[in-house]
Design a binder for this molecule. Structure first.
Ligand SMILES: NC(=O)c1ccc[n+]([C@@H]2O[C@H](COP(=O)([O-])OP(=O)(O)OC[C@H]3O[C@@H](n4cnc5c(N)ncnc54)[C@H](O)[C@@H]3O)[C@@H](O)[C@H]2O)c1
Length: 424
């Protein structure tokens, strides 16, 4: 069993990112095509590449060869959108990257960190700032941060002057393996999360895995549960590699899986941008995960909620005769280890104790996969393979409400007998 030791020397740093201490190295570079819109997206994954990101972005903008009718080089305006935490640590490094080779310095626009900022009001403030700096349709945005920054900046890019180019520079593990790829943009409203949004593809996703060194443990674990999900729905080899770990938050180990996760997401999105089919596989664990998050009033970490969601949905899949029983147990074993490592045990227990049957059903019926007032889920049949329901020609399957409700009881029993037992 591999044991990982935390190694995040920059944790809590607010003095900026000293890139001079880091050697840069590109680990993986590939381009994929979103078939529906025939648009390409380039992905670069590397170590210490943040100071060089301008060299990946500027060729997309035609720099330095593009000339206007007077033979002068055009200087596109570049705006970096970030949150207050990330801009403090990495904003200067990214800004300097452009200042070196692009004579018009980029504008750094920052908003208070956290989900509460993912609103139309923040989006409107950013657009007005873009207008103040005179950004035209040739300009571009860089989203520097986690999923909140990525979703918000992507949303702004899709509506500002009816669309400008944007690039993702994700700095959380969740954003590096999931949210930065695929072009889903969103803001929250008073009636729910991600209720306004667009599908709008970034031209590039540039990932510097060194940024993970400053990421708090809880945020690391949010990304790890998505990695486990990729293993279960699409990559058995990765699942069994993750299975060997006892603890998961050492980013120097876990980052090895980032390129594989990006490839899985890119392959799926390239086939099914709008989530009409295979992309729903990425929702595994999220139907029940969302119910748990909402029941905890969003105090339960997303990664923990999704891990619990996978245990419950894996159990449902087994009860429906879909998931291989032995593999369902092995999935559970890995997720229990993840949960023991992730903490929040009392909160998990309190959340499960607070679930009301009627609310659990109404939340599942409001899920995007639900059709004709039936709860639907995307479920695995083997480790590494999602189930395709031939009869319905669908990657989702309808789940009887009694089995759905029983899965919460199963989860509570499991948490009481195993995860809580080790609580001190
Ligand atoms: N578009 C999609 O396909 C998609 C998929 C999944 C999730 N999402 C969205 O993503 C959001 C969650 O994203 P998230 O988990 O990245 O949260 P986040 O963006 O809020 O980031 C979490 C926290 O970590 C901080 N942070 C980010 N990078 C850091 C770093 N390198 N060092 C130190 N601190 C750092 C941030 O300031 C923030 O406080 C949600 O709004 C969710 O709806 C979108």
């Amino acid at each position: 069993m591999k044991k990982m030791v935390a190694n995040r020397s920059h944790e809590g740093s607010s003095n900026g990112f000293d890139s001079s201490l880091k050697q840069s190295r590109v680990l993986e570079r590939f381009t994929f095509l979103i078939s529906r819109v025939m648009e390409k997206c380039e992905i670069v994954i590397g170590e210490g590449i943040l100071p060089e990101i301008s060299s990946f972005v500027l060729p997309h903008l035609g720099y330095p060869s593009e000339r206007n009718s007077h033979g002068e080089e055009d200087e596109h305006s570049v705006a970096i959108i970030s949150d207050s935490r990330v801009s403090k640590i990495y904003g200067k490094t990214l800004t300097d990257s452009f200042s070196k080779i692009h004579t018009r310095p980029p504008t750094l626009i920052s908003f208070p960190f956290g989900e509460a900022s993912k609103t139309l009001e923040t989006a409107a403030r950013i657009t007005s700032k873009l207008s103040t700096i005179g950004m035209d349709r040739q300009g571009c945005l860089l989203a520097l941060g986690g999923g909140v920054v990525g979703d918000l900046a992507g949303f702004v890019a899709s509506i500002y002057k009816r669309g400008v180019a944007y690039y993702q520079v994700p700095t959380t593990l969740l954003a590096q393996v999931d949210s930065s790829i695929g072009g889903k943009t969103a803001v929250n409203t008073e009636w729910g999360k991600n209720q306004l949004g667009t599908f709008y593809q970034p031209k590039g996703v540039f990932i510097d895995t060194y940024t993970l060194e400053t990421l708090p443990k809880e945020e690391v674990m949010n990304g790890v549960s998505e990695m486990i999900k990729y293993g279960v729905v699409a990559d058995k080899e990765m699942f069994w590699q993750l299975f060997k770990y006892e603890t998961f938050y050492d980013t120097s180990e876990i980052k090895k899986f980032i390129p594989r996760c990006c490839k899985i997401k890119a392959e799926i999105v390239s086939e099914d941008e709008r989530e009409h089919g295979l992309r729903s596989a990425l929702n595994y664990g999220h139907t029940i995960g969302h119910v748990l998050e909402a029941s905890s009033r969003y105090s339960l970490a997303h990664g923990i909620a999704v891990a619990l969601g996978m245990i419950a949905e894996g159990w449902i899949s087994k009860e429906l005769g879909i998931f291989d029983s032995n593999e369902a147990i092995q999935q559970e074993e890995l997720l229990q280890r993840f949960l023991s490592d992730a903490g929040q045990k009392r909160k998990i227990f309190a959340t499960l104790g607070s679930i009301k049957k009627s609310r659990a059903i109404s939340l599942a019926l409001s899920d995007k996969k639900s059709i004709q007032r039936k709860i639907r889920m995307s479920l695995p049949e083997r480790i590494g393979r999602i189930h395709f329901e031939e009869k319905e020609n669908s990657y989702t399957i309808s789940v009887p409400s009694n089995i759905y409700i029983s899965s919460f009881r199963y989860l509570e029993g499991l948490v009481r007998s195993t995860i809580m037992k080790n609580h001190n």
